[in-house]
Write a protein that binds this ligand. Structure first.
Ligand code: BES
Ligand code: MN
Ligand code: MN
Length: 462
C-alpha cells in the first residue's frame, strides 16, 4: 500500500477541493424544492466514480431520488465488497443558527478538531464519508494496488427512510451480489480512540394528530369546559414514560434482547467522560432509564422521543385561542429483537386508547427500520480491526451506536451479507444540526485506512 499512501499524500489538497464541490450542492432529500439539486449531486457522485476508475457507472432513477452505481471487477475469483453510502443530506434548518453558510464549506478550528474541520451540511453525514471511499478507491486504482472487487451503491434517500433502495436491492440482487457491505456513515469514539460500530438501533416514527372542537375557540369563552387538544396531547405524551424513565406502552419491551452482564461490563469500559459529555452539550445533568448507564441508554435500550410538537397560536404577542388541533412527531429507537411495524402498531393502539373523551386521535406512521448487531468474528470485521489498528496505531473498540441506517438490516435479509460499519465521524460533529462539521484529520484518516481494509480483507478471504 506504499504507492497508494504516497498518492494520497500528494493529492490531499485536490481531495479536499473536490469534496467542497459536492458539499456546495444542497441535496436535501426531504424537501421537494431541492429535487433538481439532489439529481445534480447524483450526477456529481457518478462523475467522481467514473474519474476514479469505476466501470458501468449509472444513475438509476427510482420513484424517488436516484441511486448511483459503479463497480470495478478485477476478477470473479476475488472477493467483492459493496460500498454503501448516501449523498442526500438533512435540511439545513434552522439556517439562522449556522455560523457559516451550510452549503459553502468553510474550514475552522475547534477544541476537538485543532487541525481544522470542514463546516457544511453533509460534511460528515454522509458526503464527506462517501468521498473518503471514492478517494481511497481512486488512489488504489491509480497505483494498481486495488486488491479485490469493489461495487459502489450511493443513494439519495437515506435521510428519508431509504424506501426506494429496498425495492432496488430486491430487483437487482445479481448486480449487487457481494461478500460483504462496507459502510462509512457512523462515528468513532474519539480521534485517539478508534472504534468500529457493531450495532445500530431500529426506528419507528409516527406523527400524531389530536382534534378537539371543530374550530379554534375563544379561550375565555370556552376555556375550562372543552378539552384543549394541546393540553391533552402534552398529558398523553407525558404519560408515555413513568418516573423511572420506562416506556409505558403495553408490550413495548416484550421483544427486547437482554444483554448479558458480561457484555454490559465490557461496554461500560469504553472510555467515556460524563463530565466532558455534559460540557459539550451545555447541560448540568443527564436523565434516562433507571438502571442503565448513558452508554447503555444510547445503544442497547429502546427510547421514545418527541421530535417536534405544535398547535395553536405561535406568532408574535398573545392571542387568546383554544386550538382545534395539536400535533407531534414521535420517534422510537428500537433494539434487537423489536420490530418496527409491531412497535408502531403497539404505539397506535395505546395512544388511541389513552385519549380522553372530547378529542379524536389519528396516528400516521412514517418510515421505519430494523435494528442490527454485526458480528466481530468474521473476516470483514477483522479486516476493519486491522486496518484501523494500522493507521491509528491503536486497536479499535467495538461499539454499538444509537443511530439508525435502515438499509443495513435489509442487506442482510435481501443480499444475505453482513456489513462492516467503519465510519470516521465524531458524535460531537453536529450531524443533522446547525454547524455540522467533519474533521480534516477524520477525512484523511478515512482515506488512508480504507485501502488497508481492502488489502486485509482480500488476504483474509484467500
Ligand atoms: N448516519 C446516520 C446514522 C448514524 C449517525 C449512525 C451517527 C451512527 C452514528 C444516518 O444518516 C441517519 O441520520 N439516520 C437516521 C434514520 C433515517 C431513517 C432518517 C437517524 O438515525 O435518525
Ligand atoms: Mn448518514
Ligand atoms: Mn443522517
Amino acid at each position: 500500500m506504499e504507492k497508494t499512501q504516497a498518492y494520497i499524500e500528494s493529492n490531499k489538497q485536490r481531495f479536499l477541493e473536490e469534496l467542497f464541490e459536492l458539499l456546495r450542492i444542497p441535496s436535501v432529500s426531504a424537501d421537494p424544492a431541492f429535487k433538481g439539486d439532489v439529481k445534480r449531486a447524483a450526477a456529481a457522485v457518478a462523475e467522481s466514480l467514473r474519474k476514479a476508475g469505476a466501470e458501468g457507472v449509472q444513475v438509476h432513477e427510482t420513484a424517488g431520488h436516484p441511486i448511483v452505481y459503479g463497480q470495478k471487477i478485477l476478477h470473479p475469483s476475488l472477493p467483492t465488497v459493496l460500498v454503501y453510502g448516501h449523498y442526500d443530506v438533512q435540511p439545513a434548518d434552522p439556517v439562522d443558527l449556522w455560523h457559516s453558510p451550510p452549503f459553502e464549506p468553510t474550514i475552522k478550528k475547534t477544541d476537538i478538531h485543532p487541525d481544522g474541520a470542514i463546516f457544511a451540511r453533509g460534511s460528515c453525514d454522509d458526503k464527506g464519508q462517501v468521498f473518503m471511499q471514492i478517494k481511497a478507491f481512486e488512489s488504489l486504482m491509480a497505483t494498481g494496488e486495488l486488491p479485490c472487487n469493489v461495487k459502489f451503491m450511493i443513494e439519495g434517500e437515506e435521510e428519508v427512510g431509504s424506501t426506494n433502495l429496498g425495492v432496488f436491492c430486491r430487483n437487482n440482487k445479481e448486480l449487487l451480489a457481494c461478500d460483504m457491505v462496507l459502510v462509512s456513515d457512523t462515528s468513532i469514539i474519539a480521534n485517539d480512540v478508534p472504534s468500529i460500530t457493531v450495532g445500530l438501533r431500529g426506528l419507528s416514527y409516527v406523527e400524531v394528530e389530536v382534534t378537539g372542537p371543530n374550530r379554534d375557540l375563544h379561550s375565555g369563552v370556552y376555556g375550562g369546559a372543552v378539552a384543549n387538544p394541546v393540553n391533552v396531547l402534552t398529558r398523553m405524551i407525558a404519560s408515555l414514560h413513568d418516573e423511572n424513565g420506562h416506556i409505558t406502552i403495553p408490550g413495548f419491551y416484550d421483544d427486547v434482547a437482554v444483554v448479558s452482564p458480561e457484555e454490559r461490563r465490557k461496554m461500560n469500559q469504553a472510555p467515556y467522560d460524563e463530565g466532558e459529555y455534559m460540557k459539550d452539550l451545555g447541560i448540568n445533568g443527564l436523565m434516562g432509564e433507571k438502571g442503565y448507564t448513558t452508554l447503555e441508554r444510547t445503544s442497547i435500550r429502546p427510547t421514545l422521543d418527541v421530535n417536534g410538537i405544535w398547535g395553536g397560536y405561535i406568532g408574535e404577542g398573545a392571542k387568546t385561542v383554544l386550538p382545534s388541533k395539536a400535533f407531534a412527531k414521535i420517534s422510537m429507537r428500537l433494539v434487537p429483537h423489536q420490530h418496527s411495524e409491531k412497535i408502531t402498531q403497539l404505539f397506535t393502539d395505546h395512544f388511541k386508547k389513552i385519549a380522553p373523551p372530547g378529542v379524536q386521535v389519528k396516528v400516521h406512521p412514517h418510515h421505519g427500520g430494523e435494528p442490527v448487531v454485526t458480528p466481530t468474528d468474521t473476516a470483514e470485521y477483522q479486516a476493519g480491526h486491522r486496518a484501523m489498528a494500522k493507521t491509528f496505531g491503536k486497536e479499535p473498540l467495538p461499539q454499538r451506536s444509537g443511530g439508525s441506517i435502515p438499509i443495513v438490516a435489509l442487506f442482510e435479509e435481501v443480499l444475505g451479507v453482513k456489513s462492516v460499519l467503519m465510519g470516521f465521524g465524531l458524535d460531537s460533529d453536529s450531524i443533522h444540526s446547525p454547524d455540522e462539521h467533519f474533521g480534516l484529520f477524520n477525512y484523511y484518516k478515512g482515506i488512508e485506512t480504507i485501502p488497508y481494509f481492502f488489502k486485509y480483507y482480500a488476504e483474509l478471504k484467500k
